[in-house]
Design a protein around this ligand. Structure first.
Ligand code: CP
Length: 290
């Protein structure tokens, strides 16, 4: 069976070597690994908008010598009722891996079950493992090692929080998630849940913010109200470690989930995170694609 990357747990054992390879690819840009996907094609299915994921995967596949094929789901037969299983079976006859951004984790799991090639989760309601992989790479760059770091995720206990908890656990990073009642991270991912944001951030090496309103969410106003005390700003950052960095997976709404000063300030590694999507995903593709 082809190896998939659906939650991030799949590479727990090999996480260190993927991060090491990602750093080497970054050092050697643009030619390192230039032929590792030569003659190979990767389908990238998008049911929802994307800037970073789409461009970093397209550029990364091209830099590895492969061919990216971007498919908007509204231009596919899925729109007319073709099953995700059949799409998986058919694409497996053409391409060497499939990435998918979907509004349904079940759909992505079904695609992976039907496909004979690796399936990569490019964001679902419950998971965003490619983001967490790039975030760990960014932390390794900043701190030298991951083991023992404390990361405080402040806001909605969402897909990014869950993926940070899963991959953070594999890397030895203590992940604390601080959310208001009704928006806590569920599941058994190993994160520590602390509702008070000041307590969650105390002594943290990393303070992480993410958008409050997800791509498919409607009830925005009541959620904004509940999350208002969870904004990452200078007052909250003052409670973190002196060496703390600020992370955000973008797109950001400065003044909402994060202050402009925190987003663009000297502690911010936000744009390194965005860049590292490219390098981390290249290493992941090398690991998964035969
Ligand atoms: N962080 C992230 O996944 O960005 P995009 O939605 O632009 O791909």
């Amino acid at each position: 069976m082809a190896p998939d990357f659906l939650t991030g747990e799949e590479i727990s054992e090999g996480l260190g070597s993927v991060l090491e390879r990602a750093a080497a690819l970054k050092d050697g840009r643009p030619r390192t690994g230039a032929d590792s996907l030569a003659g190979k094609s990767v389908a990238l299915i998008f049911e929802h908008p994307s800037t970073r994921t789409r461009v970093s995967f397209e550029v990364g596949i091209a830099e590895l010598g492969g061919t990216p094929i971007v498919l908007r789901s509204d231009e596919m037969q899925i729109k007319r009722g073709e099953s995700i299983d059949d799409i998986g079976r058919v694409l497996s006859r053409y391409v060497h891996a499939i990435g998918i951004r979907s509004g349904s984790d079940d759909e992505v799991n079904a695609l992976a079950a039907a496909a004979d090639v690796p399936v990569i989760n490019m964001l679902t309601p419950h998971h965003h493992p490619c983001q967490a992989l790039a975030d760990l790479m960014t932390l390794q760059e900043n701190f030298g090692e991951l083991e023992g770091l404390r990361l405080a995720f402040v806001g909605d206990g969402n897909n990014v929080a869950r993926s940070l908890a899963i991959l953070g656990r594999a890397a030895g990073v203590e992940v604390v998630v601080s959310s208001p009642p009704g928006f806590e991270l569920d599941g058994e991912e190993g994160a520590i849940l602390i509702s008070d944001p000041a307590e969650a951030v105390a002594g943290a090496d990393v303070v992480y913010a993410d958008v409050w309103i997800g791509m498919t969410e409607q009830d925005a106003e009541s959620k904004r109200k509940a999350l208002a005390p969870y904004r990452v700003d200078e007052e909250l950052l003052a409670k973190a470690s002196d060496r703390a960095v600020v992370m955000h997976c973008l797109p950001a709404h400065p003044g909402e989930e994060i202050s402009e000063a925190a987003l663009y300030g000297e502690r911010s590694v936000v744009f390194d995170q965005a860049e590292n999507r490219l390098h981390a995903q290249k290493a992941l593709l090398e690991e998964l694609v035969e």
